[in-house]
Write a protein that binds this ligand. Structure first.
Ligand code: DGT
Ligand code: CA
Ligand code: CA
Ligand code: ZN
Length: 576
């Protein structure tokens, strides 16, 4: 996927054009910036867009005109952009790297290059340690310190953290702030509120009439490693876990507007603000105002959307993927809620790679408010996970029967397995073992490096075996660690529809597989989904909220989710 690299090239071209400061270069700068933004947020590989529809298809992307489309084509065909190479001769500077630093724009980077031949962060580090920046006109000691701090943070913060790491941290900070008595109300905003799978920084909003004391309290929390900036309305700290956190103190009158603004996404907000402007209004983080500057609404997010002629949009849907138009038409789909699951169809025990017994997993499920679980241990070819053979499943299922009797309906345990889909698409258990199961999941755990067609055929063979109920983590990706394997998900969904096989939304924070965009892609087909925890311990049922968040980001209704059904109905869907 070339999107990221191409977006960086365009941003750098814009950086270099900024230096010129002519009227025509300003226009060009804007064009390149817009294109960079579009391409970096594009869900589909840019090369696919081009392959399917050529330059014409490229020009349909927002912010991409003929000139830019030509540049994209040039890059995809030749691997380079001449204009970029020419500009680079004058400015051999790594703008992508340097402009990530706080207080470093393209112009200052060029100044540093002209005066000290600084091309990248390594050069800058040397200049800082020999104190060359502080004596430079237009920079000074403060700049030197700022760059030093910024480089340190960048080194530690390269990349983002999993939602499963960031959300608990954010909730913990909120709890502590509430406990301090220095804030009346505290809210999580930003990508964390939108349940994005990774988080760049945590955003917290607080209502307080003791902002100074609150900020003091915040900067002294044990989780805080260093204070990046501190003020009575906004303070940013670096958390030891490897993430920064913004705390903003908000005027209680503005909380709705502030929540709307700081929840984002940026793209969603830009569109919402355009709607406000078209109505002759002004919308910012303080409120919605009419053309005379009179406040219309600021306290409630819900009312702000209403005054704009829109439905309130659930945070998970605020990604500018079509929700704006639907909210204007009053046709937002009803999406699954966090309390809608009755069961969990993918759990492990210590018989394989789990760390709790079946009894313990059952009690934990009850404590979590679930009415049924499927116990789905690994099969024999999963050696690292101590997979079970047919005989072991047979004896294990007798234990399930006994436990079900003991539970007297407090919880029902369904018999299942997470069966390896072998290299040729066959299943890792005998048919008669699988036939006893209420819930047979099939998953790929090995031989990831196959061609797209071969992998698609392999998975479809398992789907069409007639023995499985659920396809587990359908793309095999691990966030920030392993790319999804090559697979044609639409063909898979088509086969799943024909064979009544359910597609999993695996809730493990490092998986979230299917992800939001894939859920959107395959929900065109008449398939059901299962939101599963894939629990390996008694705490892991907590992961279900990430799966639900992902389903909400994929606009999924609860009628599409098998384990949002009560047991008897879920069993009927499974047995189809
Ligand atoms: P992250 O931190 O990268 O995971 O993503 P966010 O969405 O939390 O982004 P962040 O922390 O930079 O900003 C929080 C929200 O504040 C963002 O979603 C929308 C709003 N915001 C920030 N900068 C701008 C801006 O320049 N324009 C608009 N309209 N909104 C912004
Ligand atoms: Ca953020
Ligand atoms: Ca932020
Ligand atoms: Zn698995």
């Amino acid at each position: 996927m070339e999107n990221k690299r191409l977006a960086e090239l365009f941003d750098e071209i814009a950086d270099m054009l900024t230096i010129k400061e002519t009227a025509s270069s300003k226009f060009e700068v804007r064009a390149y910036r817009k294109a960079a933004l579009t391409i970096s947020s594009l869900q589909e590989p840019i090369e696919d867009v081009y392959e399917k529809g050529g330059v014409a298809a490229l020009m349909e992307l927002p912010g991409v005109g003929k000139g830019i489309a030509g540049k994209i084509e040039e890059y995809l065909k030749t691997g380079r952009i001449r204009k970029y190479a020419e500009l680079k001769k004058t400015y051999p500077i790594d703008f992508t790297q340097l402009t990530q630093l706080e207080g470093m724009g393209a112009k200052r980077a060029v100044l540093l290059y002209k005066k000290l031949r600084i091309k990248n962060i390594d050069d800058l580090k040397k200049a800082i340690s020999s104190h060359k920046i502080r004596d430079l006109e237009g920079f000074g000691e403060k700049s030197e310190q700022q760059f030093e701090k910024s480089i340190e943070i960048l080194g530690a913060s390269r990349g983002r953290l999993l939602l499963g790491t960031a959300l608990p941290a954010a909730e913990d900070i909120v709890k502590k702030i509430k406990g301090s008595g220095l804030a009346k109300e505290v809210f999580i905003a930003g990508s964390t509120r939108r349940m994005r799978e990774t988080v760049g920084d945590i955003d917290i909003l607080a209502l307080s009439n003791k902002p100074e004391e609150l900020m003091d309290f915040f900067t002294k929390l044990a989780d805080v490693q260093s204070v990046i900036s501190k003020g009575p309305t906004k303070t940013t700290v670096w958390l030891g876990m490897g993430l920064s956190c913004d705390l903003r103190v908000i005027d209680p009158k503005s909380i709705g507007a502030a929540l709307q603004y700081f929840t984002g996404s940026k793209d969603h907000n830009i569109r919402v603000r355009e709607i406000a402007i078209r109505k002759g209004y002004k919308l910012n983080e303080y409120g919605l105002y009419d053309r005379k500057g009179k406040l219309i609404e600021s306290k409630s997010e819900d009312v702000i959307y209403k005054k704009l002629g829109m439905q309130w949009v659930p945070p998970e849907m605020r990604e500018s993927r079509g929700e704006i138009a639907l909210a204007q038409e009053g046709r937002l789909p009803e999406i699954i809620g966090y309390g809608d699951l009755h069961g969990d169809l993918h759990t492990h025990t210590k018989e394989t790679d789990g760390n709790a017994s079946l009894d313990e997993m059952a009690e934990a499920a009850i404590a979590h408010g679930l009415k049924y679980i499927a116990t789905t241990n690994h099969t024999k070819s999963a050696r690292i996970a101590h997979g079970m053979d047919d005989a072991h499943f047979n004896s294990f299922f007798r234990k399930v029967d006994e436990l079900n009797e003991k539970l007297e309906g407090r919880l029902t345990i369904l018999k299942g397995a997470e069966i390896d889909i072998l290299k040729d698409g066959s299943l890792d258990l005998e048919k008669k073992t699988i036939q006893q199961m209420d819930c047979a999941i099939a998953s790929v755990h090995s031989n990831f490096n196959m061609g797209r067609e071969e992998m698609t055929r392999r998975v479809i063979k398992a789907i069409e075996s007639g023995y499985i109920h659920i396809l587990g983590h359908p793309t095999g990706r691990e966030i920030m660690e392993r790319e999804p394997y090559e697979i044609d998900l639409e063909k898979v969904a088509e086969a799943a529809e024909r064979s009544n096989v359910i597609l999993e939304i695996n809730s493990q924070p490092s998986r979230l597989d299917l992800n939001d965009t894939n859920i959107m892609l395959v929900s065109k087909y008449k398939v059901m989904f299962a939101i599963d925890s894939d629990s390996h311990s008694t705490n892991d049922y907590d992961f279900l909220k990430y799966g639900i968040g992902t389903a909400r980001r994929g606009w999924l209704g609860k009628e599409r989710v098998v384990n949002a059904l009560p047991l008897e109905k879920a069993k009927r869907v499974l047995s189809k």
